[in-house]
Structure formats: C-alpha cells, structure tokens
Design a protein around this ligand. Sequence first.
Ligand code: FMN
Length: 223
Amino acid sequence: MNVTQAVTSRRSIRAFLDKPVDPAVLRRVLETAQNAPSGGNTQPWNAVMVTGEPLARLTAHVAEAIPQGLAAYSAEYPIYPAELEGRYAASRFGVGEAMYAALEIPREDKAGRMGVFANNFRAFGAPVLMLVHTPRYMGLPQWSDIGMWLQTVLLLLREEGLDSCAQEAWAVYQKQIREVVAIPDDHIFFCGVAIGWGDREAAVNSFPVPREPLDNVVRWEGF
Ligand SMILES: Cc1cc2nc3c(=O)[nH]c(=O)nc-3n(C[C@H](O)[C@H](O)[C@H](O)COP(=O)(O)O)c2cc1C
C-alpha cells in the first residue's frame, strides 16, 4: 500500500468486526508514528491504549452517565466553535445527515439518532480504544502537531489493514474516563480513537463523505 492508497482508503469506521488486534501490530504502528513532525520536535502527543477488561469497564462506566444527558458532560475544550458557519457548518451537519440517511433514521427519530450517537461510547464495537491527552499548557501549534501524529497513526493502521475512527465525542465524558483510566490531572483529554477491523459492508461505513472542491480551499499565486 502506498501513501495515496492509505489516504484514500481511510475513512471513519463506525462498525467493527469482533476480531482482536495483535498488540505487536499496534506497537509497530505507534513506533513508526513517532516519526511524525512537530514544531520544535516537542512531540506533544500522549496516549493510553485500552482493550479487553479495562475497555469494557470504561464503556460500562460511561454508559451509566449517558442517561443523565448534558448534565454529565464536562468537555475541557469546545469541540466546535460557537461561530461555526458557512461551508464549515454545512459540512459538519452534512456528514451527520449523510450518516443518518444511510442508516435510514429520519430527523424526527430523535431516540434512533441518539442511539447511533451513543455507539461512540462503545468505541463502535472496536476492540481497541486509544485515549489521547496532552499537557494543559500546550497551545494551538502543539494541538496541530497532535493532529499530524494522529493522521500518521491512522494511515499506518491502514497499511496494516486496520481501520479507525477518531472520536472527540469522548471528550464530553473526560471526567468519567479519568475515573477508570489514569490520565494526569495536568493533562487535557483530547479524543479517543477506535481501532480495529472495520465491517466495510455496513451501511454506516459506506456512505459518501464529500470534500470541498480544492479551489475553494487553496489559492494559487505566481504559478
Ligand atoms: C479529531 C477528530 C475527532 C472526531 N470525532 C468524531 C466523533 O466523536 N465521532 C464520530 O463519529 N466521528 C468523529 N470524527 C470523524 C469525522 O466525522 C470524519 O473524519 C469526517 O466526517 C470526515 O470523514 P472520514 O473520516 O470518513 O473521511 C472525528 C474526526 C477527527 C479528525
């Protein structure tokens, strides 16, 4: 698999096969991902890999909080800016609508949509969940570095035939996560990443996720 194939075959996978992931493969992916660039080589990413019993304990603990609704939320950063508008807002809502359309869950079926959203907190059935955190004092450039590392991990997973879904949704339950998995208090919890073998046939894994035309996002000068 070349880089282009890794990039174009990656999509966010939200249904996984009940098949374990070899820890040696994960270690190889993460070792290689250490080559990701970062400003000043600060390497601000930190992660906890969770599987098996601890993952079951985590999902069971978070499941207890879900019925409390927003009262149980405690994200440490705004997942989306309040100002999100125009094409950014349209894309955000578009991907949700495309997913629910593929699953044939109409807008009126609030419970059905909430049920699908709650799949986030089972890591979509993936056998492995990576929890990403970084010191609280890290700034915007370091968060961008974490993104570079994350995509490096996701692409290397593809090379191993594995699938993933980055999950900011977990941030709303960072308090509950910390009650089960040790994350330093002076670190901010960023996101989870579900990792496993995707069920590529599932409707939730095969709807189109359009991208902005290149000329809307890149301007060329002097070419
Ligand atoms: C940092 C990050 C966090 C994300 N959080 C979630 C999430 O909580 N739940 C979810 O279903 N998808 C999540 N996604 C997936 C995005 O919705 C997805 O990347 C986007 O719609 C583009 O689709 P694709 O990844 O299938 O190409 C996240 C993606 C990133 C990069």
